[in-house]
Ligand binder design. Structure first.
Ligand SMILES: [Zn+2]
Length: 97
Protein backbone atom coordinates (compact mmCIF):
# COMPACT_ATOMS: atom_id res chain seq x y z
CA UNK A 1 0.00 0.00 0.00
CA UNK A 2 1.26 3.47 -0.86
CA UNK A 3 1.77 5.52 2.29
CA UNK A 4 0.76 8.67 0.41
CA UNK A 5 -2.80 7.36 0.42
CA UNK A 6 -2.99 7.30 4.21
CA UNK A 7 -4.96 10.33 5.30
CA UNK A 8 -4.34 12.16 8.50
CA UNK A 9 -7.42 11.19 10.47
CA UNK A 10 -7.14 13.71 13.30
CA UNK A 11 -5.77 17.21 12.76
CA UNK A 12 -4.37 19.21 15.69
CA UNK A 13 -4.48 23.01 15.81
CA UNK A 14 -2.23 24.35 18.56
CA UNK A 15 -1.26 28.01 18.85
CA UNK A 16 1.80 27.07 20.94
CA UNK A 17 3.49 25.29 18.05
CA UNK A 18 1.63 26.69 15.01
CA UNK A 19 1.53 30.50 14.57
CA UNK A 20 -1.41 30.24 12.15
CA UNK A 21 -3.38 27.65 14.10
CA UNK A 22 -6.29 30.02 14.79
CA UNK A 23 -6.91 30.70 11.13
CA UNK A 24 -6.40 27.07 10.17
CA UNK A 25 -8.88 25.93 12.79
CA UNK A 26 -11.57 28.43 11.79
CA UNK A 27 -11.19 27.56 8.10
CA UNK A 28 -11.44 23.85 8.89
CA UNK A 29 -14.67 24.42 10.85
CA UNK A 30 -16.17 26.55 8.08
CA UNK A 31 -15.34 23.89 5.51
CA UNK A 32 -16.64 21.01 7.65
CA UNK A 33 -19.63 22.45 9.58
CA UNK A 34 -21.27 19.04 10.11
CA UNK A 35 -18.17 17.46 11.63
CA UNK A 36 -16.67 17.58 15.10
CA UNK A 37 -13.78 18.96 17.08
CA UNK A 38 -12.41 18.49 20.59
CA UNK A 39 -11.44 21.38 22.83
CA UNK A 40 -8.71 20.46 25.32
CA UNK A 41 -10.01 22.20 28.43
CA UNK A 42 -7.30 20.42 30.42
CA UNK A 43 -4.93 17.62 29.34
CA UNK A 44 -7.37 15.12 30.85
CA UNK A 45 -10.71 16.72 30.01
CA UNK A 46 -11.83 17.42 26.44
CA UNK A 47 -15.13 18.88 25.26
CA UNK A 48 -16.73 17.58 22.07
CA UNK A 49 -18.32 20.20 19.78
CA UNK A 50 -19.92 20.37 16.37
CA UNK A 51 -17.69 22.39 14.03
CA UNK A 52 -20.53 24.89 13.63
CA UNK A 53 -20.72 25.61 17.39
CA UNK A 54 -20.17 29.25 18.34
CA UNK A 55 -17.65 28.01 20.91
CA UNK A 56 -15.09 27.84 18.10
CA UNK A 57 -14.40 31.47 19.01
CA UNK A 58 -13.67 34.47 16.86
CA UNK A 59 -10.64 35.76 14.98
CA UNK A 60 -9.91 39.18 16.42
CA UNK A 61 -7.27 40.96 18.47
CA UNK A 62 -7.04 39.55 21.97
CA UNK A 63 -8.83 36.33 21.02
CA UNK A 64 -7.10 33.06 20.19
CA UNK A 65 -9.40 30.11 19.49
CA UNK A 66 -6.51 27.64 19.66
CA UNK A 67 -4.85 28.90 22.86
CA UNK A 68 -6.35 25.62 24.09
CA UNK A 69 -5.30 23.08 21.43
CA UNK A 70 -8.11 21.77 19.22
CA UNK A 71 -8.41 18.38 17.56
CA UNK A 72 -10.50 18.09 14.41
CA UNK A 73 -11.59 15.06 12.41
CA UNK A 74 -14.01 14.00 9.72
CA UNK A 75 -14.31 10.76 11.68
CA UNK A 76 -15.93 11.12 15.10
CA UNK A 77 -14.79 7.62 16.13
CA UNK A 78 -11.14 8.49 15.47
CA UNK A 79 -11.51 11.72 17.42
CA UNK A 80 -12.89 9.95 20.50
CA UNK A 81 -10.36 7.14 20.19
CA UNK A 82 -7.49 9.63 20.08
CA UNK A 83 -8.75 11.36 23.21
CA UNK A 84 -9.12 8.11 25.13
CA UNK A 85 -5.63 7.04 24.06
CA UNK A 86 -4.34 10.25 25.68
CA UNK A 87 -6.21 9.32 28.84
CA UNK A 88 -8.67 12.19 28.50
CA UNK A 89 -12.32 12.23 29.47
CA UNK A 90 -14.67 13.48 26.71
CA UNK A 91 -17.68 15.60 27.67
CA UNK A 92 -20.34 16.74 25.18
CA UNK A 93 -20.84 20.48 24.71
CA UNK A 94 -24.11 21.52 26.30
CA UNK A 95 -24.80 24.04 23.54
CA UNK A 96 -24.33 22.17 20.29
CA UNK A 97 -24.77 18.50 21.30
ZN1 LIG B 1 -20.40 23.37 21.29
Amino acid sequence: MCSNLVKQMVIAFDKQSQPHADTGFKIWCEQNPEDFYLNTKTPKKFTLHKSGCHHTGVLEDGSSPTSNPKFCSLDLGELIKGALEQGAEVVDCGTCL
